[in-house]
Design a protein around this ligand. Structure first.
Ligand SMILES: Nc1ncnc2c1ncn2[C@@H]1O[C@H](COP(=O)(O)OP(=O)(O)OP(=O)(O)O)[C@@H](O)[C@H]1O
Ligand SMILES: [Mg+2]
Length: 319
């Protein structure tokens, strides 16, 4: 197998290659063609095209000079707003190359910044507004302070629909000479939950076993990548053993240093593999969503997760 990563190989480089997000693409393309973009705030779930669209914008704006006029920063990597400001300052100091009178800065995971850091970011945006446009990418727009929101044009990216994911799957199948039947398309869509990155990774790992992709193969890949520990936590909870479930949870969080947000995502996914009635799955999913919201909003993850497993215990008793 070649060593290429398919999410990069199949990342769209033109507006017309992006699937879904039709309204966003229409408006962003028109603004880009006018060569005068505002600041953008891209909000939405993982793997739905936010970073991809930012890249398309700069490639369209600057053509072959795009690399010189584009700076990509990740707020959660940059250890504090001070570093972000330094990098922005250095980048913004020199004039843009070519006919577009500004440069573009993409700030990924801007919602990882504290409100204070966001205030500093807002001042940076103001200071360089003559020479720089910012594109901020976040999962939740509610975590962005109002003064930043009001300076940006907000676009809400949606989870990709089956027909969109299907387009991507067919394109990959054609290019890579894979056979993917309709059942496998369903399985890939289910397994990826509207996250295109996850879907492409799933195709690539399945294709590394065989070019004849079938739904059993996909299930094998899906189950081998699912965290055993999460299953153990949920099994204890559903069998009524709160104490053991809580111990295991603490173990996973401390020893393996997995964040509350990652645990909640894994739980969300695992619910669909639990041996319980569909109605109960829906109920547990709803609970999990509430917990995720609280953790994202800043509540203590361990307390929130304990309360979640307590509701799994109650659900297990009632089943
Ligand atoms: N709307 C889309 N159309 C076509 N391909 C897509 C789309 N969204 C995502 N992809 C594919 O998934 C990969 C990841 O997408 P992208 O980096 O744009 O996600 P993102 O929205 O920025 O996610 P994150 O919030 O995790 O940063 C891309 O390389 C591309 O191959
Ligand atoms: Mg991204």
């Amino acid at each position: 197998m070649e060593s290429e990563i398919w999410t990069e190989k199949f990342r769209p480089s033109r507006f017309s290659d992006v699937v879904g997000q039709e309204e966003i693409i229409k408006r962003v393309e028109a603004l880009t063609n006018s060569l005068n973009i505002p600041h953008f705030l891209f909000a939405g779930p993982a793997g739905t095209g936010k970073s991809t669209l930012a890249l398309i914008i700069v490639k369209e704006l600057f053509k072959e000079n795009w690399k010189e006029n584009y700076l990509e920063l990740n707020a959660s990597d940059e250890r504090g707003i001070q570093i972000v400001r330094e990098k922005v300052k250095n980048f913004a100091r020199t004039k843009s190359l070519g006919s577009v009178p500004f440069k573009v800065i993409f700030l990924d995971e801007a919602d990882a910044l504290t409100p204070e850091a966001q205030q500093a970011l807002r001042r940076t945006m103001e200071n360089y507004s003559a020479t720089c446009r910012f594109i901020l990418s976040v999962n939740y727009s509610s975590k962005v302070i109002d003064p930043i929101q009001s300076r940006c044009v907000l676009f809400r990216f949606k989870i990709l629909e089956k027909k969109d994911i299907e387009r991507v799957i067919k394109k990959i199948a054609e290019t890579e000479n894979l056979t993917i039947d309709q059942n496998s398309i369903e399985a890939l869509y289910e397994g990826s939950e509207g996250d295109c990155r996850r879907c492409i990774n799933l195709i690539q790992s399945t294709a590394s076993i065989s070019p004849d992709i079938n739904s059993e193969l996909i299930s094998t890949i899906l189950s081998s990548s699912k965290p055993k520990d999460i299953k153990i936590i949920l099994d204890y909870a559903l069998s009524g053993d709160f104490q053991k479930s809580r111990e295991k949870l603490l173990d996973v969080m401390l020893k393996e240093s997995i964040s509350g947000e990652d645990i909640i995502k894994a739980i969300q996914k695992e619910i669909w593999n639990l041996p319980v009635e569909p109605e109960l799955k829906v109920k547990l999913t709803e609970k999990t969503g509430e917990t995720e919201f609280r953790i994202v909003e800043g509540s203590d993850p361990f307390i929130q997760l304990q309360s979640l497993i307590a509701s799994f215990v109650l659900a297990g008793i009632g089943k």
